[in-house]
Write a protein that binds this ligand. Structure first.
Ligand SMILES: Nc1ncnc2c1ncn2[C@@H]1O[C@H](COP(=O)(O)OP(=O)(O)OP(=O)(O)O)[C@@H](O)[C@H]1O
Ligand SMILES: [Mg+2]
Length: 391
């Protein structure tokens, strides 16, 4: 077992070595910006305890309220009151903001255009906005609007109040089997939805999984999300003529998300990732290519069986990527007690309810970051604005 040194406690940012590959442009024309929600969030009677039973069998009937998105044009910085920073990433900073109109709280992601251009992230950033705009699912963050000024791009999303799964996992060291199963199952449903919409996510990790006020997951950060055509070989013409990369689908296939689901489940159950190395990313890549995994003896045999079928370099054996698709994952023995339709309705009690005051801009579950003094909403020379036509 690798030692849990300081490195593991740090949030992991994107690796730029993954960024060089040119992705093709494929606009869907969905450029409308949204009015922030006028609906009330569901009320909840959660007690805010840290020690809820780690069971996915408890059932509650939470009132489901439909989130209607109204498209009413663009926003500007004047529509929102800036509050503290919630998180920083490789390319952006996310602030808590309060709407000057409905006084609700939102998360505003700010990306510096010059930085995006310098890091060759134009395509990915436009994709992030388009993908987020297209998706609507209980376990995916909702995008309400975007705009840009001369320096920055802005995306306003739901403020997901319960903090990162990353923080909870590091506090807990590792999750008991049922807890890991609950979060893994919600991620599985989100991946199933994305893949059904021809979107690969490509950045699954606990830092991008947020807990809502009821303890359910919301996936944020669509910075690497990408629409891909369905290249499952069963559907793609005459097999004799397919290129090897289509058959093995390296890089751009949905299969990459199932691999990372395996890594996520491993990390939740063990507290560290299977190929982790304190040395350098290169060492980690070597470990990945070697593909040798030591499963700790405390793992349930069903978990080991599922993990070995997800974290396999053999794409003809990787669960989720086979003829049965996501159903193969959902029907695996490790998930036997999950009632999928109830889970999809959030009709299953979450194992942990974040201790927050809902709806009040309570950001106590997020780490504190040094604040930036840059004044948003500046006018002036804008050499990069044309590169981001949808914002
Ligand atoms: N909707 C949200 N509500 C609350 N916090 C959020 C929200 N979206 C993002 N955050 C916080 O901001 C952090 C950074 O956001 P995000 O992951 O989108 O940025 P990024 O630059 O793409 O990150 P990275 O490169 O590190 O993956 C998240 O890890 C999370 O802590
Ligand atoms: Mg992120």
């Amino acid at each position: 077992m690798p030692s849990l040194g300081g490195l593991l406690k740090k949030r992991r940012t994107k690796d730029s070595q993954d960024l060089g590959k040119p992705d093709s442009q494929n606009h869907d024309g969905s450029g409308a910006s949204m009015q922030p929600a006028s609906h009330s969030p569901p009320q909840h009677s959660g007690t805010g305890t840290h020690e809820n039973a780690a069971s996915i069998d408890n059932v509650i009937h939470q009132e489901q309220q439909k989130q209607e998105r109204v498209t009413k044009g663009k926003y500007s910085q004047e529509d929102f009151e800036l509050q503290r920073t919630l998180g920083t990433g490789s390319f952006g900073r996310v602030h808590l903001v309060q709407s000057n109109h409905n006084h609700r709280f939102y998360a505003m992601k700010v990306l510096k255009k010059a930085q995006v251009v310098k890091m060759k992230q134009i395509e990915h950033t436009n994709d992030e906005r388009r993908m987020l705009n297209r998706v609507r699912h209980p376990f995916l963050v909702t995008l309400w609007g975007t705009w840009q000024d001369s320096r920055n791009l802005y995306m306003v999303m739901d403020f997901v109040e319960g903090g990162e799964l990353f923080s909870l996992l590091r506090k807990s060291q590792r999750f008991p089997n049922p807890v890991a199963k609950f979060y893994a199952a919600e991620v599985t449903l989100a991946l199933e939805y994305l893949h059904a919409h021809q979107i690969i996510y490509r950045d699954l990790k606990p830092e991008n999984l947020l807990l809502d006020r009821h303890g359910h997951l919301k996936i944020t950060d669509f910075g690497f999300a990408k629409d891909v055509p369905d290249i499952t070989w069963t559907l793609c013409g005459t097999p004799d003529y397919l290129a090897p990369e289509v058959v093995s689908s390296k890089g751009y296939n949905k299969s990459v998300d199932w691999w990372s689901l395996g890594i996520l489940i491993f990390e939740m159950l063990c507290g560290f990732t299977p190929f982790w190395d304190s040395g350098s990313p290169v060492k980690i890549y070597e470990n990945i290519l070697r593909g040798k995994i030591k499963y700790p003896p405390y793992l349930h045999t069903d978990a080991v069986d599922l993990l070995s079928q997800l974290i396999t370099s053999d794409l003809t054996k990787r669960l989720g990527n086979l003829h049965g698709g996501p159903s193969d994952v959902k029907n695996h023995a490790w998930f036997a007690e999950v009632t999928w339709d109830r889970l999809a309705r959030k009709d299953i009690d979450a194992p942990y309810i974040p201790p927050i005051r809902g709806g009040q801009g309570d950001a106590s579950q997020y780490d504190k970051y040094p604040e930036e003094t840059e004044h948003y909403g500046q006018e002036g020379e804008d050499p990069y604005g044309h590169l981001f036509p949808d914002f």
